[in-house]
Design a protein. Structure first.
Length: 147
């Protein structure tokens, strides 16, 4: 018997519990295949995925901005997805889950992730496809595509 709360994205609410369940199941399948070494968690918030990562990585460094709406006690580096205050090629792997939709220029954030990854490093991203606005005003929905 599956205890669904053990497999739900930790910030899931009753509105999105199924999505959280499916996301965690998929991430749990791909984390061991792709994540190793020192990992940077871009837009880490409260590091809700930490317990799913501990067996695959040696270090979990979370980066988020100082004005985050989340508890910042798990943030290791204050910065932005556009400017991570670390040297080039510092990390073996990266995750960025449910953060790109909060950025005006997500492609610049992806370039910054590329900069901090070592050659051959892997980044895993997840973003909502169709989702309610959340954490406004920092949720950017392309309303033109809905016309």
């Amino acid at each position: 018997m599956i205890k669904i709360n053990d497999y739900v994205y930790p910030t899931s609410t009753t509105k999105n519990i199924l999505i959280g369940f499916l996301l965690i199941q998929e991430l749990k399948n791909i984390f061991p295949k792709y994540l190793t070494g020192n990992l940077i968690d871009i837009g880490c918030g409260e590091k809700p995925l930490k317990k799913y990562l501990v067996n695959y990585i040696s270090q979990h460094i979370g980066v988020d901005h100082k004005a985050t709406l989340h508890d910042n006690s798990n943030i290791d580096i204050f910065g932005t997805a556009y400017e991570i205050p670390v040297d080039n090629c510092s990390f073996d792997s990266a995750i960025c889950t449910a953060a790109l939709e909060h950025l005006e220029e997500p492609e610049l954030a992806i370039k910054e992730c590329y900069r901090v990854l070592k050659p051959g490093g892997v980044a895993i991203y997840s973003v909502p496809f169709i989702w309610h606005l959340h954490e406004e005003p920092r949720d950017f929905l392309d309303t033109q595509s809905m016309d």
